[in-house]
Design a protein around this ligand. Structure first.
Ligand code: AMP
Length: 606
């Protein structure tokens, strides 16, 4: 039995497929949504889910939420954004300090997964050992690996890591659309926004483009409403208001009231909110209208517009070329979100599925497929960023381009840059920049080989990405057959924003990056050419006209000048001119070699 799990930033769910239906499992309290919140008491048992949420107000420093934001080595969240202490220098794994104990994000997620596993076992009356777990489409290898590890810690074998939008599309039954149908998955949760454009290709989903904002969601709307309520509280002095709000338990209780009002306003036009804590012991009741909430939410929601536009542009599509737009994430229950999506995409979004449960439903369908309980639908995911290795001159050599459908295997042959080199360093890189150092290093290892003249060693490098997005790199010395296979470690520190930033940076630096590549390639070529031209001149220079020699010498000088001045285009041009005017030299070299051969041959014959 394989269960499907939506391991969310805010809430998580588990489902099973039985007799043709997906059933999402309720816990002992009858709730299907389990808040992804874990409370670590000073003594006694760890609390997970709703009971932990209650403790968030009383013991905010011992209650971890949003651990998913940190999974796989994410750093860079600003300090103080979370009520619990987050520890971690860039480059080191993130830990939460709970009293005297350090807890990793994987361990927190494992607690959530363990509860889901137990709930499923209780409901099914049998052990559950395998799961499909979903992750955002932009998660990198480290984040996928860490999610797998969280599963292992919880006693679950993660048989497939599935992209969330792909799961949602499956839940909405979009695999039944006509071939080549394109769909958008608009996912607005508590803390994150994701937009994905998928294409159905002979029953197979492919991710054409993804975009999003890792700091945009229902939480921002809550914060705006909290701010508004605090302003209305009668505590007029701003400083005094801020002082009271600085108390985590006051803030948490105010937030609870705001979230509750927001949820009710998805159905009702207006609601009462009672705030018994801001002004001494007096209780206050406010009336909040949907119109007011929408006014507060609108500027926040507007930020999804540019993301959608970019995803469409990346996919090379116009909104009217989409067959369907589906909604995912609790925040899409808000009528104003639905209206905005309708306006942006020029079509009414599909709301036939429960937006909180679509991803879990899809994960469960995928689990059923893997279990053989459901007809085979192949789901294909893509690499969010390019993968490759560093090559001569410190350049990135892409082996798996960004947006490649996985599972995937590809290889390339490399050689030694220096004569007598005894090993080759394989630096595995992820990113979109031309210079190796501007990309992220996922790992490195050395492959030894027999010392040989420059360019004679042959090392085959193969990248293999399995269906979970886990990368294995194989390097083989083709001359001796000796090889090494390395699975990329998960201890890489790259954040979700960094993925986004990588794409932005690569666009922003496209011009200078291109120049750097042109320059480096031209320089490598020039470094090889200059000494060989010198050598050729020494051998056959006497057969050239003075004019020819002058042209070659001056072209060589131009190459040297361009090399020193770092001028890419100039160097490329100078190298091309040198190449041109040494053609005659090359011909002479060949002739002289032929002469030597025929003289030798003659010698033998005589
Ligand atoms: P998710 O991350 O998909 O679980 O979504 C959680 C977010 O959805 C939180 O910000 C919730 O406040 C929000 N949410 C859940 N239900 C509703 C609702 N009925 N109306 C508005 N927002 C909701």
């Amino acid at each position: 039995m394989i269960v499907g799990i939506d391991l969310g930033t805010t809430n998580s769910l588990v489902g099973v497929y039985d007799s043709g239906f997906v059933t999402l499992i309720a816990d002992e309290a009858g709730e299907r949504l389990t808040p992804s919140v874990v409370h670590y008491p000073a003594e006694g048992e760890v609390l997970v889910g709703r009971t932990a949420v209650r403790m968030r107000t009383l013991a905010p420093k011992r209650t971890v939420y949003s651990a998913k934001r940190f999974i796989g080595g994410r750093v860079g969240e600003e300090e103080g954004r979370f009520d619990y202490p987050v520890v971690g220098q860039p480059g080191n794994p993130v830990r939460f300090r709970i009293g005297d104990v350090m807890v990793s994000p994987e361990e927190v997620s494992a607690q959530v997964l363990r509860k889901l596993k137990m709930d499923a076992e209780r409901a099914l009356g049998r052990p559950v050992e395998k799961a499909v777990v979903t992750v955002p489409a932009y998660f990198n290898d480290a984040q996928r690996n860490a999610t797998k590890k969280a599963g292992e810690l919880a006693g679950l074998e993660v048989v497939r890591i599935l992209n969330e939008p792909t799961a949602a599309a499956l839940a909405y039954g979009l695999d039944r659309l006509q071939d080549r149908a394109r769909v958008a998955v608009y996912d607005l949760g508590g803390g994150t926004f994701d937009i994905s454009i998928l294409e159905l290709n002979q029953g197979v989903f492919q991710v054409l483009a993804t975009n999003g904002d890792t700091r945009l969601g229902g939480d921002d709307i809550d914060a705006a409403l909290v701010e508004y309520l605090a302003e209305q509280s009668g505590v007029t002095a701003r400083e005094e208001r801020e002082r009271r709000l600085a108390d985590p338990s006051v803030r948490a209780r105010l937030r609870e009231a705001a979230v509750d009002a927001k949820h009710r306003l998805s159905e009702a036009e207006q609601v009462d909110v009672s705030l018994p804590f801001l002004e001494g012991s007096q209780s206050q009741v406010f009336v909040i209208t949907r119109e007011l909430l929408e006014k507060l939410a609108r500027p926040i929601l507007e930020r999804t517009r540019i993301r959608c536009a970019r995803a469409l542009a990346d996919a090379g599509l116009r909104a009217d070329e989409l067959q369907e737009v589906v909604l995912v994430g609790g925040s899409t229950r808000m009528p104003v979100v639905r209206a905005l999506v309708a306006e942006m995409f020029g079509r009414t979004p599909n709301t036939t599925q429960n937006p909180d449960e679509a991803v879990a439903n899809g994960a469960t369908l995928q689990a059923a497929i893997l279990d053989g309980a459901l007809r085979e639908v192949v789901l294909l995911d893509v690499t969010p960023l390019s993968l490759g290795i560093e090559t001569f001159g410190g350049l990135m050599n892409v082996i798996v381009p960004r947006n490649t459908t996985i599972p995937f295997k590809a290889g390339e042959m490399f050689t030694n840059a220096v004569a007598g080199q005894r090993s080759m360093l394989i630096r595995v890189l992820q990113g979109e920049r031309e210079k190796a150092d501007d990309n992220w290093e996922l790992g490195r290892f050395e492959i030894p080989f027999e010392p040989l003249p420059k360019g004679q060693a042959r090392v085959g490098v193969q990248f293999e990405i399995d269906a979970n997005g886990i990368l294995k790199v194989l390097a083989r010395d083709m001359n001796t057959g000796s090889e090494k296979v390395v699975e990329m470690a998960s201890a890489v520190d790259v954040s979700d924003e960094a993925v986004e930033k990588m794409l932005e940076d690569s666009l922003e630096h496209a011009f200078e990056d291109m120049n750097a590549r042109i320059y480096t390639e031209a320089r490598l070529k020039a470094e090889e050419m200059l000494p060989s031209v010198e050598k050729a001149l020494a051998l056959v220079g006497d057969r050239l006209s003075a004019e020819n020699i002058h042209a070659i010498r001056s072209a060589m000088e131009d190459v040297r000048v361009a090399m020193h001045s770092n001028a890419a285009q100039q160097l490329k041009k100078a190298a091309a001119i040198l190449d041109d005017c040494t053609q005659v030299l090359a011909t002479l070299l060949v002739e002289s070699a032929m002469d030597a051969v025929s003289q030798n041959a003659g010698g033998v014959g005589q």
